[in-house]
Design a protein around this ligand. Structure first.
Ligand code: PGA
Length: 232
């Protein structure tokens, strides 16, 4: 089981440090835990979690090693900082920042090539689900990715992200099983995961963990989700 906390654009270095110091105090054997702070807080998170089993990942990564790409960060820069992995293709990147299947694939390939662990996000919008296009969308989004020992997919139905609406455990299970037929990698569920629904979602046979947004910002709720993973 893998539980990853996606902090999005929350927690600058001071707040990240406070969270990481608190996280160190928790006994979380039996689950792989990853935190994904914003770029400016990666360094302090790496330093404060050194010597623990908790890994630090970025929320994005560029495909070139260096160059004239204002605002981007490369895999080798992340590696230099001691960062373990990166999220690619989050639906907020796709919807708000013009990320496409092609750019997601380039980011994933370059990050894997550089030795980073990659969490690649896929998922349908509400309209796409209503039109019965969920499987088609997943098929398209996954078609650009290649199975790799360092790749996991996060199935995040867009309508469930930050909305408080969660896919039912059956919906998540169906989507995860479908993803695994196309790409043989572990699949995390994401979209309004919280301590109250974590055990049921994580109890599904093809749910291998969770990518947690809002509920990962609070130490108590994040560690409660990690403990649910240990017991499922
Ligand atoms: P949420 O976000 O848990 O706040 O819905 C999940 C995500 O965007 O990864």
């Amino acid at each position: 089981m893998l539980i990853a906390g996606n902090w999005k654009m929350y927690k600058g270095p001071a707040a990240a440090a406070e969270f990481c110091l608190g996280l160190r105090e928790h006994e979380l054997d039996g689950v792989d835990v990853v935190v994904c702070p914003p770029f400016v807080s990666l360094g302090v998170a790496v330093q404060l979690l050194a010597g623990t089993e908790i890994a630090v990942a970025a929320q994005n990564v560029h495909w070139e090693d260096e160059g004239a790409y204002t605002g981007e960060i490369s895999a080798s820069m992340l590696r230099e900082l001691g960062v373990y992995g990166a999220i690619v293709g989050h639906s907020e990147r796709r919807q708000l920042f013009g990320e496409t299947d092609e750019t997601v694939a380039r980011r994933a390939d370059a990050a894997l090539e550089a030795g980073l662990f990659v969490i690649a996000c896929v998922g349908e919008t509400e309209q796409e689900r209503e039109r019965g296009e969920t499987e088609g969308v997943l098929r398209r989004q996954l078609s650009v990715l290649k199975a790799d020992d360092n790749l996991v997919v996060a199935y995040e139905p867009v309508w469930a992200i930050g909305t408080g609406k969660t896919a039912t455990p059956d919906m998540a299970q169906d989507a995860h099983a479908f993803v695994k037929v196309l790409l043989d990698v572990p699949v995390l569920y994401g979209g309004s995961v919280k301590p109250e629904n974590a055990a049921e979602l994580l109890g599904q046979p093809d749910v291998d963990g969770a990518l947690v947004g809002g509920a990962s910002l609070d130490l108590d709720s994040f560690t409660a989700i990690c403990r649910a993973a240990i017991h499922s």
